[in-house]
Ligand binder design. Structure first.
Ligand code: FAD
Length: 476
């Protein structure tokens, strides 16, 4: 066992999409940077989350769209070619190898140390390498923790004994289970239920709540429920799981009402927990296992000296790659500015403040139909005490929807802050709405006055015409 020491301006623990971007932005600001990664450079998103899940879903969504187009529908009537879909997923996951990302890291002159990183004190990180060596790293300016999140398993009796699927297995499995039980009703649950039902599983969703996607506008969950049920998914609301056992190769599930269910695999899509149990937080006065609370420049609160940053899933602000990478751009820039003694612009919407985390977080749910949302929901607006007008429009009435496919079903909701006359939230649900989300994000983040939005003319005949209809509806 050998010990080495190295010093960098910035040390990033965790080389997921967010850590990679923190390091790259710090480098762009003229600082030296190193990433410590214990698994694959690219993190959860590239190998067990965004990329493989969207690769599984793209054929499902494309087929659903094609099946509504006269003349094309017979061509997609049969089942999916499962082997081809899984091969596509494997390719999109780079066969679980990270050489390309290592090449990119080299191209931006950021060093990589493979191994498990732990804080050992202020600006100090120890890395235990796979070879059994220890490397001591010292940061001149900052340490950024970007260790991401993991699936949070619920405390159900027997959960440790049944080898449940988490999002990792649901995105990387190479066998289609005959019967798949999915516990949960959030984004991972609905996306993976969509994918595996289309790949041939009989999916049963066990949902504690009264509806799916319960953090979004209710109509989104209702339309996704209809889509899943039409695809053959058995959805049971108000249903809790109290015990699990694996017997004779199958998972036996006991429900809160005493009912029983058997499945070949069970996916627990019951939320996320921060990867902070083993990062040495206790050495700097923080509690292992906690989400890391940060200010808008991503400095961890409660740590003297302001050298510790937490960026991406681990801070719990918005668990999505695009938002984490936005945070990384801000964090890298602010670390650079502070290191060079330059002014920090952390006012609302300033270059060094992640204001969008509070006001404009976009999200797309890749189901059939899709859901796309940004900003507040009507429930959040009500809770915030803002004066908001809720404007609804039936997306099926838009000319672009008629062209999109037969029997188009969808809905749109726009929330207008009536004091400022700007859009503060938008939700679309319907086929093809994912690509609408950035128009909504620009309206919300740009705080575009409605009088000016009126001059943003949507092209005919696209789904984007829903913007005009929403504005007309609002103006009465
Ligand atoms: C099924 C699923 C689908 C998703 N789909 C989407 C999507 O379509 N779009 C989207 O925007 N988001 C999606 N997400 C969310 C997205 O995956 C995360 O928001 C994103 O991966 C967070 O990036 P991160 O860099 O913060 O963390 P991670 O991607 O989790 O990366 C953290 C990295 O840190 C490493 N690490 C942890 N601890 C240590 C340590 N002590 N030492 C060294 N290395 C360590 C890990 O090995 C990992 O590589 C999805 C999530 C799931 C579960």
């Amino acid at each position: 066992m050998t010990e080495t020491t190295r010093t960098y301006d910035v040390i990033v623990i965790g080389g997921g999409p967010v850590g990679e971007n923190v390091a790259e932005r710090a480098r762009a600001a003229g600082l030296t940077a190193v990433i410590v990664e214990r698994e694959l450079l690219g993190g959860e998103c590239s190998f067990w989350a965004c990329d493989p899940s969207k690769a599984l879903l793209r054929p499902v969504v494309a087929r659903a769209d094609a099946s509504r187009i006269p003349g094309l529908d017979p061509a997609v009537a049969g089942p999916l070619d499962v082997a081809a879909v899984l091969a596509h997923r494997d390719r999109m996951s780079s066969y679980w190898k990270d050489e390309d990302q290592v090449d990119w890291l080299n191209s931006v002159s950021v060093d990589l140390v493979r191994g498990h990183g732990r804080l050992t004190g202020p600006k100090q990180v120890a890395v235990h390498t796979p070879e059994g060596d220890t490397m001591a790293l010292t940061a001149r300016h900052a340490v950024a923790v970007s260790t991401g999140s993991r699936a949070a398993l619920p405390p159900i009796s027997g959960v440790d004994t049944v080898r449940p699927w988490t999002s990792r297995e649901a995105t990387s499995a190479d066998q289609v289970p005959g019967r798949l039980a999915v516990v949960g009703g959030g984004v991972v649950a609905v996306e993976m239920a969509t994918a595996w039902q289309a790949l041939g599983s009989q999916v049963t969703m066990l949902v504690r709540e009264r509806g799916l996607l319960d953090r979004m506008e209710p109509f989104a969950g209702e339309l996704v429920t209809d889509g899943l049920r039409e695809a053959g998914v058995d959805i049971r609301f108000d249903t809790t799981v109290t015990a699990l056992a694996r017997e004779d190769g199958e998972v036996r599930i006991t429900l809160g009402d005493g009912g029983q269910l058997a499945a070949d695999e069970i996916l627990l899509a019951t939320g996320r927990a921060p990867q902070t149990r083993d990062v040495g937080l206790e050495t700097v006065g923080l509690t292992p296992g906690d989400w890391l609370t940060v200010d808008d420049t991503f400095r961890v609160t409660g740590v003297d000296g302001g050298w510790l940053y937490a960026v991406g899933d681990v801070n719990g602000r918005a668990l999505m790659t695009h938002q984490g990478k936005y945070q990384a751009r801000i964090a890298g820039a602010v670390i650079g500015a502070r290191a060079k003694g330059e002014p920090v612009d952390d006012a609302r919407w300033g270059a060094h403040a992640a204001t969008a985390d509070h006001a404009a977080v976009p999200q797309v749910v890749f189901t059939t139909p899709e859901v796309a949302a940004v900003g507040l929901t009507s429930r959040e607006a009500e809770q915030s005490g803002r004066r908001v007008a809720v404007v609804d429009y039936d997306l099926a009435q838009v000319a672009g929807a008629h062209q999109y496919g037969a029997d188009y079903r969808g809905w749109a909701r726009m929330l207008v802050d009536t004091d400022r006359d700007t859009v503060v939230g938008v939700t679309f649900a319907g086929p093809g709405v994912g690509e609408l989300v950035h128009s909504a994000t620009i309206a919300v983040a740009g705080e575009v006055p409605l009088d000016r939005l009126w001059h943003a003319v949507p092209a005919f005949p696209t789904l984007g015409e829903v913007w005009l209809r929403l504005l007309e509806t609002h103006r009465g």
